[in-house]
Design a protein around this ligand. Structure first.
Ligand code: AHG
Ligand code: MN
Ligand code: MN
Length: 339
């Protein structure tokens, strides 16, 4: 039996000359995850369901739990002192910590504190998504220019899923590992070592209610998924939970593709690059899968805005490649609509 804490420290020893700062940061994320897990589990009893009465920078109604989760993560990361600044779905601007931490800490965390918040009231899995970036230079207070000017490198992508069990799954570029939370002793335990996503699955996840707005390439790919061809396991089956992290987690374990495409009206789609798409893209690639905007790697998209959106095609490698081939053939004009 190996705990998350043991695993993090072992990894640190393995890669040598580490100072322990990154390990502490990851631990802090695990601690915040436990607190949010408690809040999510007891939400119906604690009068924290429903709307906060505010909207976030994306113009979306904030749920009480969106705000609570955001505060818990910010608090844990501020106390931990390893993170100089936070980029969050729930904060319009970069949250830079005061004093020496905002200048000298090596890391910046990008966060979707609660993903799938429309599912909170109905007891469907939700999650927290995070990306950790290392600053190339420290010593001065974090600025937006530092972030958008290429001053940071991605070093970790992960999520915590609050589902039928709670799990933390992350990669630091050396494979993907999953830890299941044991609520009786309050620890995450390594349960899914070196996760790999099947090259080809038979699940496709997309909000088909938006069908009429989809690009021809997406429509053609959906038709392809629905064709009868036993040799390739088609027709596939549809699963769409409506929280990216739950759909992605299932596809990690079972194989499959998740698509949130751009449309003519919203060419960039809905999902946010820095704290939704990049972390899952890093994990998908580390698990042998693929993540694309329909034309190019998610991890190659330049960051121009902290709340930038991008279309997302992610999951089993062969399925994503097939969807990309339909985009190239039927909707090449969409390539120019994203940077
Ligand atoms: P969030 O709750 O953080 O705003 O994210 C919701 C996202 C994503 O998790 C999910 O897959 C997608 O929105 C669902 O959108 P639709 O309802 O448009 O399908
Ligand atoms: Mn989200
Ligand atoms: Mn969210």
């Amino acid at each position: 039996m190996k705990t998350l804490v043991e695993f993090i420290w072992e990894q640190q020893e393995h890669f040598g000359n580490a100072t322990g700062e990154f390990s502490r940061l990851l631990n802090d994320i695990g601690i915040a995850g436990k607190i949010v897990n408690r809040d999510v589990n007891r939400a119906g009893l604690s009068n924290i369901l429903g709307n906060e009465g505010t909207v976030n920078v994306q113009g979306e109604t904030q749920k009480k739990l969106d705000v609570i989760a955001n505060n818990e993560f910010i608090k844990a990361l501020r106390n931990g002192r390893q993170c100089a600044a936070i980029i969050s779905e729930e904060n319009e601007d970069v949250v830079v910590f005061d004093g020496a931490i905002g200048q000298n800490a090596k890391y910046i965390v990008a966060l979707d504190p609660l993903d799938g918040s429309s599912n909170i009231e109905v007891n469907v899995p939700i999650g927290t998504i995070f990306a950790i970036y290392r600053r190339k230079q420290i010593g001065q207070r974090v600025t937006l220019d530092e972030i958008l000017g290429g001053g940071i490198d991605l070093v970790c992508g992960g999520y915590i899923i609050y589902g039928s069990s709670t799990m933390m799954v992350y990669t630091t570029g050396e494979g993907v590992n999953g830890f299941t939370y044991d609520p009786t002793c309050g620890i995450f335990i390594l349960s899914h070592e070196n996760m790999k996503i099947n090259e080809l699955g038979n699940i496709y996840s997309i909000n088909e209610a938006n069908y009429i707005y989809f690009a021809e390439g997406v429509k053609e790919y959906i038709k392809y998924c629905q064709e009868d061809d036993p040799a390739t396991n088609r027709p596939y089956t549809t699963r769409y939970i409506g929280s990216l992290i739950s759909d992605f987690h299932r596809n990690m374990l079972r194989g499959g593709i998740y698509i949130y495409p751009g449309t003519k009206k919203n060419p960039h789609g809905k999902l946010r690059l820095m704290y939704e798409c990049i972390p899952v893209a890093f994990m998908a690639e580390q698990a042998g899968g693929k993540a694309s905007d329909g034309f190019r790697r998610i991890l190659d998209i330049p960051i121009q805005d902290i709340h930038q959106r991008t279309p997302l095609f992610i999951g089993s490698k062969k399925m994503v490649e097939k969807a990309e081939s339909f985009m190239r053939e039927f909707s090449p004009e969409f390539e120019k609509l994203n940077p």
